[in-house]
Design a protein around this ligand. Structure first.
Ligand SMILES: [Zn+2]
Length: 308
């Protein structure tokens, strides 16, 4: 299938094609004795993911583990469907996200508030997973990939309070989820992802520092793909957070409402991103994954909590 890319080390990138877009949402399959899927993509992506795994030789009873970096619907919306397609797979998630995978009612209700009518076309419906199949991770945890290979999880809040990074003992690949921002391979742009209600600058920066301490060989972004230049990229992730927070603070101090703050921050950051100058289609995808309205709203929400 043309949505599968071999990355070496028995790792395969799967374009999960959120809402039909190419190149914006990645899942990863780590093959071996105990195949492991990292990120399911959305519910509407689940058939594509199932067919991709089949093309890689992973049938219904072969998948050992499904792990998600966090429970936002572009990462975990397909968990219930994938769990049904692969009945032997254990579902692994941070403990703060586990109950939402077992009972998605509240998660779906809040997603409906954020996305409204676009919820169905963008994400579809997260279906529940039996609690007995879910394993909750604490601050750290381990997934057995077979043959002595391990995927270790590290709690990394900031983007979301239920976020983990995952590092592969065999390759040094670090699955960063959204904790290091959103990377666009077409242009090399990197933007922060600071949505409400969980965004917190200090924990986000701590998580990026933790990622550096893990000394990964490569970063695997959920949006989108592999990046080899680890140190520079993580420094950039931290810098992007500071820029967006500083500008949003300025807008806040000037008493701007959300719409004016978004317009100001969008305008003042535009120069930083080649994608916004190059291709309106790519710019649209950026806006979908780390849109200025969502980023600015998340930072303002955090500033509100800070000032309590
Ligand atoms: Zn995401």
């Amino acid at each position: 299938m043309d949505n599968i890319t071999a990355l070496g080390g028995d790792v395969y990138e799967i374009d999960t094609r959120m809402a039909g877009y190419s190149g914006i949402t990645a899942g990863y399959l780590i093959l071996g004795d105990r195949p492991c899927l990292v990120e399911t993509g959305t519910s509407t992506s689940a058939p594509i993911v199932r067919d991709s795994l089949a093309a890689l030789g992973v049938g219904p009873d072969d998948l050992a583990t499904v792990v998600v970096t966090h429970i936002h619907l572009d990462h975990a919306g397909g968990v219930g469907d994938i769990a049904r397609f692969f009945p032997s797979a254990e579902v692994v998630v941070h403990e703060k996200g586990a109950r939402h995978l077992a009972d998605p009612t509240r998660l779906m209700a809040s997603a409906k508030m954020v996305w409204g009518d676009r919820l169905d076309t963008l994400f579809g419906e997260l279906s529940p997973t039996e609690a007995s199949r879910i394993r909750a991770l604490g601050d750290t945890g381990a997934i057995d990939l077979g043959a002595g290979r391990t995927l270790s999880s590290h709690y990394s809040p900031g983007h979301a309070k239920h976020h983990v990074g995952l590092i592969d003992s065999a390759t040094g690949d670090l699955y960063v989820g959204d904790a290091a921002g959103v990377y666009l391979p077409e242009t090399g742009d990197l933007r922060p992802a600071t949505p409400p209600p969980d965004f917190d600058l200090r924990t986000a920066l701590d998580s990026i520092a933790l990622f550096g301490d893990l000394q990964p060989q490569r970063l695997l972004f959920s949006h989108y793909g592999p990046v080899d230049d680890v140190t520079t990229t993580l420094e950039r992730s931290a810098e992007e957070l500071r820029v967006w927070v500083d500008l949003t603070k300025q807008a806040h101090s000037a008493g701007m409402d959300l719409d004016h703050a978004v317009a100001m921050v969008r305008d003042r950051t535009r120069e930083r991103y080649a994608a916004l100058r190059a291709d309106p289609e790519i710019a649209e995808q950026f806006e979908l994954l780390s849109g200025a309205p969502s980023n600015v709203a998340g930072i303002l929400h955090w500033l509100g909590k800070e000032n309590l």
